[in-house]
Design a protein. Structure first.
Lengths: 331, 163
């Protein structure tokens, strides 16, 4: 019976130990420091728990072990053991306080190499992400997908366009609140290549749960190549269907809120769509990026993400297909 | 235990009703259905029952105010507007029905393509509700609304997050 209960418990506790959105498998310097802090407090607390519990049990069974029903005399060793206990408690607290102070200060230290500067603005319910163009110094905008070069510190400057949000990529670093009217920043130093997931960690309204973003940690060369592509204006349509799609996007309702750099679509309220097809997911991590999902999202966003600011756009079947076909290929 | 007297019972009942009322007040002012059931057609004349809902709902009105900024309406129709662009003044002098206001926005002169081709129907409903609410909106309330929206774009200009 005991084994039958214990097995699922162990299994459940192991589920969260690896994955793309967990602080328990850290791949960044900041997340590793916090993981160390977590393990240290777990160790200190476990030792204290075992000590306290064993002494409690000992005191319960002490008289039975003595075998006597005799009167208990005042315990002289009690005074000495009080001092020992106090020393243990103070020591353990000092270890915890010292370690957390040291980890906290290490986050605030100036980086010894130049950091990459990225601006992230939280909106209800998506992320506007802007990189500095290394050639011209302009800001290159994208959305809901953060690319980070490995082994280099990126400083994320956080801003909010509406309410309080919180920026969190658990595998790389801890949370940082995004507060309107207040400039916050957080450093990310990833050490391992791969795809990870970030998530808004402060309740911000109806679609807080679907306010996620993908994080790609890549080599410096791959990162530079990606940034060069993102800096380019929109790619021209290559066939008649794409041309029709582009016409609808740049002259219809889409252009009121979305930017396609190099066309007349210059609305600023929604995510930049210049390279939307290159992203991994759609609508801030809600759906995988593909033509079917694009078409569904445009036709009825309120059914997929109720409350989203994206309105339903009614298009005929061939027009909807043309728009999705066009957007899908905006690499 | 002593049984509560009739008066005490009455008091308790009153108190629980008061608590219940307190918990639900202001809930109806913003109540809305999330999901695909948004209006897909313009108002059908002055007696369209949807108008009353949009006009009386604080969420729909404030959302309309948001789009009023996003779509650049506020660039001309602002606090300093006079004459034809002074919406509160004009609506005060000459109140229009919801359907007429909606129609005037959808067929706004001087925009190409027409606004009804650029702004989806569900948002036009909200913008019309906001415009209808303008004569009753006090300057102080409008100032606060502008403050709330300072992180959002005004037409094609976005000046960055709230600073």
């Amino acid at each position: 019976m005991r084994i039958r209960l214990a097995l699922p418990t162990v299994a459940v506790s192991l589920i969260s130990c690896s994955g793309i959105q967990t602080g328990l498998s850290p791949v960044g310097d900041q997340a590793r420091s916090q993981y160390f802090l977590l393990m240290l407090s777990l160790a200190v607390c476990s030792v204290m728990f075992v000590l306290v519990t064993s002494f409690l049990l000992f005191s319960l069974f002490r008289r039975r072990l003595d075998g006597g029903d005799h009167e208990v005399l005042p315990d002289r060793s009690l005074h000495r053991s009080l001092w020992v206990w106090s020393a243990i408690i103070v020591g353990a607290l000092l270890v915890l306080a010292g370690a957390s102070f040291w980890v906290d200060r290490s986050f605030a230290l100036a980086q010894n190499s130049e950091t990459l500067q990225v601006r992230v603005t939280a909106h209800q319910w998506w992320w506007r992400i802007a990189y500095r163009n290394p050639v011209t110094g302009d800001w290159i905008e994208t959305a809901n997908e953060l690319h980070l070069p490995v082994d280099r510190t990126t400083r994320i400057e956080l801003g909010s366009a509406d309410v309080i949000h919180s920026f969190w990529v658990p595998n790389v670093a801890g949370k940082m609140d995004v507060i309107p009217g207040h400039a916050n920043a957080i450093d990310l130093t990833p050490r391992q290549l791969g795809w990870f997931r970030g998530q808004c960690a402060e309740f911000c309204g109806a679609q807080h749960a679907r306010m996620a973003f993908d994080v790609k940690i890549e080599t410096s060369n791959d990162f530079d190549r990606w940034l060069r592509t993102q800096a380019e204006p929109v790619r021209p349509p290559i066939d008649a269907v794409e041309a029709r799609g582009m016409e609808i996007v740049t002259t219809g309702a889409c252009a009121m809120c979305h930017v396609l750099r190099g066309t007349s679509a210059a609305g600023r309220a929604g995510p930049d769509l210049t390279h939307v097809g290159s992203r991994r997911t759609l609508a801030a991590g809600t759906l995988p990026m593909n033509r079917g999902n694009l078409e569904g999202w445009i036709a009825q966003p309120q059914a997929l993400k109720p409350g989203t600011m994206m309105p339903a756009i009614s298009l005929g079947p061939s027009d909807a297909d043309a728009v999705a076909h066009y957007l899908e290929h905006l690499q | 235990m002593r049984q509560p007297s009739a008066v005490q019972q009455h008091q308790r009942r009153l108190l629980s009703w008061a608590a219940l009322l307190l918990a639900t007040c202001a809930c109806t002012k913003e109540s809305r259905t999330l999901g695909p059931e948004q209006p897909q057609t313009p108002p059908a004349g002055a007696s369209d029952p949807r108008s009353a809902y949009f006009e009386g709902n604080a969420f729909q009105i404030s959302q309309g105010g948001r789009y009023f900024g996003w779509y650049g309406c506020a660039q001309c129709h602002n606090d300093h507007a006079t004459g034809a662009t002074d919406l509160p003044g004009r609506l005060q002098a000459n109140p229009l029905t919801f359907a007429r206001v909606y129609d005037a926005i959808a067929h706004h002169p001087g925009t190409s393509p027409q606004i009804s081709k650029q702004i989806p129907v569900q948002q036009l409903w909200q913008i019309a509700a906001y415009v209808r609410s303008l004569p009753a909106l006090e300057p102080e309330l409008r100032r606060r609304q502008d403050l709330d929206m300072s992180g959002e774009p005004q037409g094609k200009n976005w000046s960055g997050p709230v600073r």
